[in-house]
Write a protein that binds this ligand. Structure first.
Ligand SMILES: C[S@@+](CC[C@H](N)C(=O)[O-])C[C@H]1O[C@@H](n2cnc3c(N)ncnc32)[C@H](O)[C@@H]1O
Length: 357
């Protein structure tokens, strides 16, 4: 047994453990948690999963265009601070800083926030020239930040927060837990069950349900408090609450590029994720005073905001291997069953600004 399994076994001696508590330990246990290991999980061969950033610079280039528009709308502040919680290796920050040009690039200050030791080590390497020039900085998760004008961006942050799956069995709500294996136990009516019931379009059917992220309001509040004015932009797995409930969404496990629902196996050794409820995230942002919330599929957002005309011109001049790589980058981010429809981009605006983005 690995140390986490020993710990979980001692919890189980006192009774079943809710899946969200297992997920919390599996990902964030200070010594044995998946996101507290010295080795990162990202990449292709020999890794567990890849993100949009492994595919090439297109996401960072689109982000530079979108944040450039936010900078204009704010009246070109200098500095324009970009905080990225859950920044992993810092590749989005690197690609953004590399793609930005002119006075916007000079005003850009990027803050990487992620206490994952593997992430911090990789980010120090990826961001080295920008750390040296003072354009980038690594900040600890508990470091208090002065409110700034700029943007908060994230890629696959919210799907890595512990979440509790709930399911409607036709007569009552049950929550998923670990006993000798996974079990569904009857649950008391609570905020999660009230939310899912209210969101179910056309009434609940047996098997409906979704994961509930208890930590979401506090994290949204914490992040919103740092943004004096500007853009909140998050990219993640997930959907509207109605579609998640209808799907009966559950936790997922990623290991060696295989995905399954066995969240209770190999604790600390594989990634666990939960679909993000974009309806709830937008509502929480609105409660914190952010407005104009909207969410698009990643495919549509890329087609709307990526600098595709420039991309195409550069692409024409590349050699055959590089052209293939770039093509894959574009296709993966836009095709529906790859990342195009499975990921969504939520944007919300905070504070003053001349006109709509
Ligand atoms: C799925 S990874 C995504 C990494 C990166 N954004 C990427 O796209 O490659 C999620 C990351 O979020 C970090 N994380 C989780 N909760 C966080 C929080 N409250 N603040 C900052 N980072 C957090 C984890 O340590 C992990 O590195």
């Amino acid at each position: 047994m690995n140390p986490l399994e020993t710990l979980v076994a001692s919890h189980l001696a006192a009774g079943p453990m809710p899946a969200a508590e297992v997920m919390e330990l599996a990902l964030y246990h200070p010594e044995a948690g998946y996101y507290r290991r010295s080795q990162g999980p990202w990449g292709f061969q020999g890794a567990d999963y890849y993100t949009a950033l492994d595919l090439g610079p297109l996401l960072g280039e689109a982000m530079a265009c979108r944040l450039g528009q936010a900078w204009e709308r704010l009246g070109r502040p200098d500095p324009f601070v970009v905080l990225e919680p859950g920044a992993g290796r810092g590749w989005l920050g690197r690609d953004l800083l590399q793609a930005a040009v002119g006075p916007f690039a000079q005003a850009l200050r990027y803050l990487h926030r992620d206490d994952n030791p593997a992430a911090a080590a990789a980010a120090r390497e990826a961001l080295a020239p920008f750390l040296a020039s003072g354009q980038a900085r690594l900040v600890a998760q508990d470091e208090p930040l002065e409110p700034f004008r700029g943007a908060i961006i994230s890629n696959e942050l919210f799907d890595a927060l512990p979440a509790q799956p709930w399911r409607w069995d036709g007569g009552r709500w049950s929550y998923e837990a670990l006993a000798t294996g996974p079990v569904w136990l009857p649950g008391e009516p609570c905020e999660a069950t009230a939310w899912f019931t209210a969101q179910a379009e056309g009434g609940l059917e047996s098997g409906d349900g979704a994961p509930w992220c208890e930590a979401l309001p506090a994290l949204v509040q914490d992040l919103a408090a740092t943004l004096e004015a500007g853009l909140f932009l998050t990219i993640d797995y997930g959907d509207t609450a109605a579609r998640l409930v209808d799907k009966g969404a559950d936790l997922r496990r990623f290991r060696g590029h295989e995905v399954d629902g066995k969240w209770w196996e190999d604790l600390g050794g594989s990634d666990l994720t939960a679909d993000v409820d974009f309806t709830r995230l937008a509502l929480l942002l609105e409660r914190e005073g952010l407005a104009e919330t909207s969410h698009l599929s990643l495919g549509r957002w890329i087609r709307t905001h990526a600098p595709l005309a420039r991309w195409e011109t550069e692409w024409q001049s590349l050699d055959a291997a590089a052209r293939l790589g770039r093509m894959e980058n574009l296709l993966q981010l836009t095709l529906p069953t790859l990342m195009g429809d499975r990921f969504r981009v939520l944007e919300a605006w905070c504070g003053c600004g001349e006109s709509q983005l």
